[in-house]
Design a protein around this ligand. Structure first.
Ligand code: GRF
Length: 190
C-alpha cells in the first residue's frame, strides 16, 4: 500500500484536505507530515488528524541524512509538497525519483521560481493583466517550479479581483483537484 509524506510550512489547509481524502482509503495512506517551521498551524492540524510529524531545520535538511532516514523508517513511497518553500536537497531527490509532487498556485511556467510564493504569486498574476490563473501540479526537481507538469486547472480573473479574491479561487481549485491528482499518479504508477 503506497504511503505518502506531506511537506508543509504554514497553514496546511491542503495537507489537511489530502489527509482527510485518504483517511480510510483502501490503497493509499498519509503517514507523516514534515514541517520546517516550529509553531506552524499545519502541526496543530496534524495533531488533530492523528498524523505523526517531524519538524526539521536547515542544517538537518541540507547537511545530514536525517530526513531520508526518517522517510525510510516510515516506509514512505511518495512525497507531496503542499505549501513547502525550500528546495529539495539531492539526497532526497535521489531517494524519490519521479515520486515528489508539488502544487503551485498559478499556471506554470509563468509566475514561478524563487520568491514566487503565497500572495506574491497572486499579486504578480493580477499585475500582468492575464485573464486567468489556476493551479499547476508538477514533479519536483532541483530547480524551483521547473519539474514536468502533471496537471493544470484554470479559473477566470474578473476585473477588480484582489490578490485575496484570487487566492480564494485558487484554493478552491487546490481542494478540488490536488488529492485526486495524487491518487491518479500513485494508482497509475503501480
Ligand atoms: C497553496 O496555495 C499552495 O499552492 C502553495 O502554498 C499554499 C499553501 O496553502 N504552494 P495551505 O498551507 O495548504 O493552506
Amino acid at each position: 500500500m503506497p504511503r505518502l509524506a506531506l511537506f508543509a510550512s504554514g497553514n496546511g489547509s491542503n495537507a489537511q484536505r489530502i489527509t482527510e481524502y485518504f483517511a480510510g482509503h483502501p490503497a493509499i495512506s498519509v503517514n507523516l507530515i514534515l514541517c520546517n517551521k516550529p509553531g506552524a498551524y499545519v502541526l496543530h492540524r496534524a495533531k488533530t488528524l492523528g498524523i505523526p510529524t517531524c519538524v526539521f531545520d536547515r542544517h538537518s535538511f541540507y547537511e545530514t541524512g536525517e530526513i531520508p532516514d526518517l522517510l525510510k523508517k516510515y516506509r514512505i513511497d511518495y512525497l507531496v509538497l503542499a505549501g513547502f518553500l525550500w528546495l529539495i536537497p539531492h539526497n532526497v531527490l535521489d531517494a524519490y525519483p519521479a515520486k515528489i509532487i508539488n502544487i503551485h498556485p498559478a499556471l506554470l511556467p509563468k509566475f514561478g521560481g524563487k520568491g514566487m510564493y503565497g500572495m506574491k504569486v497572486h499579486e504578480a498574476v493580477i499585475a500582468s493583466g492575464d485573464a486567468e490563473s489556476g493551479i499547476t501540479i508538477h514533479y519536483v526537481n532541483e530547480q524551483y517550479d521547473e519539474g514536468s507538469i502533471i496537471f493544470q486547472a484554470r479559473c477566470p480573473l474578473a476585473a477588480g479581483d484582489t490578490p485575496e479574491m484570487l487566492a480564494e479561487k485558487v484554493h478552491a481549485l487546490e481542494y478540488r483537484y490536488f488529492a485526486e491528482v495524487i491518487e491518479g499518479i500513485v494508482t497509475n504508477d503501480k
